[in-house]
Design a binder for this molecule. Structure first.
Ligand code: ATP
Length: 345
């Protein structure tokens, strides 16, 4: 990879008897928005802390911009970390908070102020410099923490669930803003989250963690459309796994297959089923959930297995939806949307 920002090789971390990180190899490119996604306890924060230098690996090496930094202290690395709990100084103004790191580095006052104002403008908080953190909303405080991280223009910004404390609306807004900001300033972002939608929305690439290992690295589309393992298929989106006899009957092959809900059309049972490029299966609607913009169908397949199908509510109203429960339907999808996943779980 050209211009590598981070290279991890054989990275492991044990805490007493617990293996938090069980051998991670990873390369992150310069200027990438890279997410580490995984369930709680899968090791992503520990990897981030090792990159920052807050935790030292049990074995393996860490390179930043081509330089090995494995044994260096945090302040000897050109990185900045933004945590979920902001950690702003309550007795300082917003401007002083943002300029603090520059003061430590003995940057002259006039220049500090100018840089702090520029960083506040980057996060669209012009005019808030004289306030105290307590006079800001949660989202504004989060942006101050970001401005503080951006002010020294580090090559690399590490973000550990920085939007976790925000309500859903604000989080969605900040996801878009953060992505735009990253594109603008061109800093490499490494973003830890357990929220798959957040990772899909923001990232150039995603690493999916499970039990201290990376199961797949890829673009959001690759992760979603071509999950490499059953774990990835079920953690990112609804997996809709078909295996055993059901797979044999519906897909026509041995193995485990995944088919995403929005690829499946829900038709009347009597609908024609002779399109060669389509897979088709009949069943009974066990449950139907009206979601406003779409409807989710849970269908028990004839001969075993269950699939979830998601339909946009183009013509359907909430009254129509309830009437589907218990009815017979045919599910149909284009074969190219059926993905074989290697390990059945
Ligand atoms: P979360 O999303 O909950 O933050 P995570 O994927 O970031 O989870 P880590 O925080 O990296 O997971 O933890 C991985 C494993 O290592 C967990 O089993 C955790 O209990 C363990 N662990 C992490 N830090 C320590 C520590 N300081 N001492 C002992 N065990 C630890």
């Amino acid at each position: 990879m050209e211009g590598s920002a981070i290279r991890l090789q054989g990275l492991r971390k044990e805490f007493g008897g617990t293996t938090a990180v069980a051998g991670v190899d990873l390369e992150i490119g310069d200027g990438e928005f890279f997410s580490m996604l995984g369930p709680s306890g899968s090791g992503k924060t520990t990897v981030l802390r090792m990159i920052a230098g807050f935790e030292s690996p049990s074995s393996g090496t860490i390179e930043l911009a081509g330089q090995e930094v494995t044994g260096l202290a945090p302040f000897e690395r050109d990185v900045h970390t933004v945590f979920q709990d902001y950690a702003l100084f309550p007795h300082m103004t917003v401007e002083q908070n943002v300029a603090y790191g520059l003061k430590i580095r003995k940057v002259p006052k006039a220049e500090r102020l100018q840089q702090a104002r520029k960083a506040l403008a980057d996060v669209r908080l012009e005019g808030f410099g004289k306030r105290r953190p307590s006079q800001l909303s949660g989202g504004q405080r989060q942006r101050v923490a970001l401005a503080r991280a951006l002010v020294g223009r580090p090559r690399l910004l590490l973000l550990d669930e920085p939007l976790g404390a925000l309500d859903l609306k604000l989080r969605e807004q900040m996801q878009i803003e953060l992505k735009a900001l990253q594109r603008e300033v061109g800093i490499t972002f490494v973003f830890v989250t357990h929220d798959q939608e957040e990772a899909l929305t923001m990232s150039d690439r995603i690493a999916v963690f499970n039990q201290g290992r990376i199961e797949q690295v890829g673009s959001p589309a690759e992760i979603y459309e071509r999950p490499a393992t059953a774990f990835v298929a079920s953690f990112v989106g609804t997996s809709n796994l078909l295996d055993g006899d059901t797979a044999q009957r519906v897909v026509g092959g041995p193995g485990t297959f995944s088919i995403r809900p929005e690829k499946i059309r829900v038709l009347k049972e009597s609908a024609l089923a002779d399109e060669p490029e389509h897979s088709t299966v009949t069943g009974t609607v066990a449950e139907v959930v009206y979601l406003g913009d779409a409807t989710r169908f849970l269908v028990d397949l004839d001969g075993g297995g269950r699939l979830t199908a998601l339909q946009q509510n183009l013509e359907t109203s909430s009254e129509d939806v309830a009437a589907y429960r218990g009815t017979r339907v045919r599910l149909q999808w284009n074969r190219r949307h059926t993905v074989q996943v290697p390990d059945a779980r």
